[in-house]
Structure formats: structure tokens, C-alpha cells
Design a protein around this ligand. Structure first.
Ligand code: PEP
Ligand code: MN
Length: 337
């Protein structure tokens, strides 16, 4: 940690800052410049709150030089983490495609869409059985019935399943049907849920919170890793900004940032990131070009009557065409899809 003193900080203020730093167990390196004194504090604990120092008289700025996340950081684990989910490897050279409806609606719908997903060459079927809806009057999901349907549809088409878990009480039930737990944006900082997911062994996809910084997102991954589950990957799904021509703002740059800061795989969800069908293919193409380890796309064959997120669902043919384009982009950057 680096502490920069104000230009006119007095000797006694500087001494007081040093006394506090030593009290917190830091080793001190003081350098006196022509204008300012700078103190290097060595031995920062991951959870040290720098405000304890910024609040002191005479302090101008405090900078952390280490990250508060450890297990999810690139410095802790230099090589990319590759997660093996049955015969699928996520985080390696292969770009993993996930597709399916927003919600599992009925048997016919999920079986029809699972066929489309398999035909496209994607390996993982998505679909929510427990839905986090802004309105209590909106469709809340089919619950266990939905889990049975998505498992059946996936098995019939040799696909894996990813589905959302909203509460601790659902973990055991969902674990019986899914291959991957989806932790939704609205639950990214549900710390008790994160801790419980840390005790499971199945991969967890951590979606970025609606207004979460990348650091907060990595701290959420840290909770699961710290609980003992090493199979964690991230999903950029757009963040809330002042822009309202799109549902969310797709933070494409989060992909290279996460790759630099962390060894965990990161995938992109251009469906929730944009919220409108016509914006999904361009952003999916951009995400592959930017280095995403996977792409998750919502599809529906009757989007006008979809029970959730119809406006952002791609029709099967548009989705199949997009897959061809993504393959070309993947090839251009030396990856497989
Ligand atoms: C979803 O994937 O269906 C979903 C609800 O996503 P998010 O948590 O990103 O809003
Ligand atoms: Mn959705």
C-alpha cells in the first residue's frame, strides 16, 4: 500500500500516520520528496480497509498495490483454469457454446429447442426453472417439473445442463438435475448462497451483478473458491449504466480485464447484455473476437409468446447462422468453436 501525504502535512501528522500503520502491523518505508512525503506500507492483509488510513489528517491518497482477491487472481494461479464438465472443457482452446430458452416453459418447447442447440454443435443447454423476475406477477418458472424437463431434453440430445439456483434451499434439488449451477446477477452478492456453493463440487457460473465492479465480481468468485469449489467461471451479462437504448450495457472490455487479472474462464451473455434480438449477433461476434471462453445465447421458436425475455431471444435460424459466423471468428484467432 502506498500512502501519499498532503503537500503541507506536518511532521506530527506524518508521525501519526506511521504510528497507525505500524499499529496495523505494516513495515514502513518513508521517502521524502521535494514536495511530498510518500510512505510505502508492506504486508497488506487482503481485507485491510484502506479508509483506516485515508481518514487520517495529512493523508492525501492511499493506493492498494495488491488485490483483495487471492485465489481468483492470476498472481496466485498463473495458468488458465480449465474446467472439465464431463466431456466439455471450459477455459481451454475450445470456445464453449451454451444456448436455450430463458425459461423452461413446457415439455414440447424445451425438447424442440434442445434439438436446435444440439444441431448447432453447442454442448450445453440453458433454461431457468426458478426465475428471478422483477415483478411478482411475472412467470416464476416451473420449479422441479422444469428441472426434470430440461434434464430429459438435454439427455436425449447429449447436452449438458446449466440452470439457475436462487436460494440455498434449492441447491440439493437442482444438484440432482444440473451439470452447472448458474448464480444469477441479482444474487452475485448473496454471500450465504456463495458460501454454500463453495461446498458443492459442480461448476458454478457467476454472472456479473447488475452494478458490480470487476473487483466485486472476482470477490464473489473468491467466496466460492475459498469454500473449496475450484470450478468457478464468470459470465459478463451487461451492467446498469445511464444508457437506455439497450437493456444493459455490455462491458466487452471486462473479457480482457478478467483474463489479465484472473485465471478463471469468462464467458459472455450478449442476450441479457443487450436485451434486443437484433443486437445479440453483433455482440456475440465481438465477444468471441475479444477472447471469451464461451458464449451463452437465449433462443426461442415462438418469441412473441415466450413466458420471459422473448424480445432478446434469437429465432433458431438466426442462431444457426450466428454459430457459423462465430466459428469463422474463432478460427481467425486460433480457437475452436
Ligand atoms: C438468465 O440467464 O436467465 C438471467 C436471469 O440472467 P441474469 O441473472 O444475468 O439477469
Ligand atoms: Mn433471460
Amino acid at each position: 500500500m502506498v500512502v501519499i501525504l498532503e503537500k503541507n502535512a506536518t511532521d506530527s501528522q506524518i508521525e501519526n500516520v506511521i504510528k497507525h500503520l505500524e499499529g496495523f502491523g505494516f513495515q514502513i518505508h518513508k521517502s521524502i520528496g521535494a514536495e511530498r512525503t510518500i510512505i510505502g506500507a508492506i504486508g497488506v492483509k487482503p481485507n485491510f480497509d484502506t479508509r483506516n488510513i485515508s481518514i487520517l489528517d495529512g493523508v492525501d491518497e492511499v493506493y492498494r498495490v495488491t488485490t483483495p482477491y487471492k485465489l481468483s487472481s492470476r498472481s496466485f494461479h498463473e495458468a488458465n483454469t480449465v474446467i472439465k464438465i464431463k466431456d466439455v472443457e471450459l477455459g481451454g482452446n475450445q470456445i464453449v457454446m451454451i444456448a436455450g430458452p430463458c425459461s423452461i416453459e413446457n415439455e414440447d418447447q424445451i425438447f424442440r429447442l434442445a434439438k436446435v442447440v444440439a444441431k448447432s454443435g453447442a454442448k450445453i443447454l440453458r433454461g431457468g426453472a426458478f426465475k428471478p423476475r422483477t415483478s411478482p406477477y411475472s412467470f416464476q418458472g416451473l420449479g422441479e417439473e422444469g428441472l426434470k424437463l430440461i434434464r430429459g431434453a438435454a439427455d436425449e440430445n447429449k447436452l449438458l445442463v446449466v440452470t439457475e439456483v436462487m436460494q440455498i434451499e434449492q441447491i440439493e434439488l437442482i444438484d440432482r438435475y444440473t451439470d452447472i449451477f448458474q448464480l444469477g446477477a441479482r444474487n452475485m452478492q448473496n454471500f450465504s448462497l456463495l458460501k454454500e456453493l463453495g461446498k458443492t463440487t459442480k461448476p458454478v457460473m457467476v454472472k456479473r451483478g447488475i452494478a458490480a465492479t470487476i473487483e466485486e465480481w472476482l470477490m464473489s468468485a473468491e467466496y466460492i473458491l475459498n469454500g473449496g469449489n475450484k470450478n468457478v467461471f464468470l459470465c459478463e451479462r451487461g451492467i446498469r449504466t445511464f444508457e437506455n437504448y439497450t437493456r444493459n450495457t455490455f462491458d466487452l472490455s471486462a473479457i480482457p480485464v478478467v483474463h489479465k487479472k484472473s485465471h478463471l474462464p469468462i464467458i459472455a451473455d450478449p442476450s441479457h447484455a443487450t436485451g434486443l434480438r437484433d443486437q445479440v449477433p453483433p455482440m456475440a461476434r465481438a465477444a468471441v473476437a475479444a477472447g471469451a471462453d464461451g458464449i451463452m445465447i437465449e433462443i426461442h421458436d415462438d418469441p412473441e409468446n415466450a413466458l420471459s425475455d422473448g424480445p432478446q431471444a434469437l429465432l433458431p435460424n438466426t442462431y444457426l447462422k450466428l454459430m457459423e459466423e462465430l466459428r469463422l471468428i474463432a478460427q481467425a484467432i486460433g480457437r475452436k468453436l
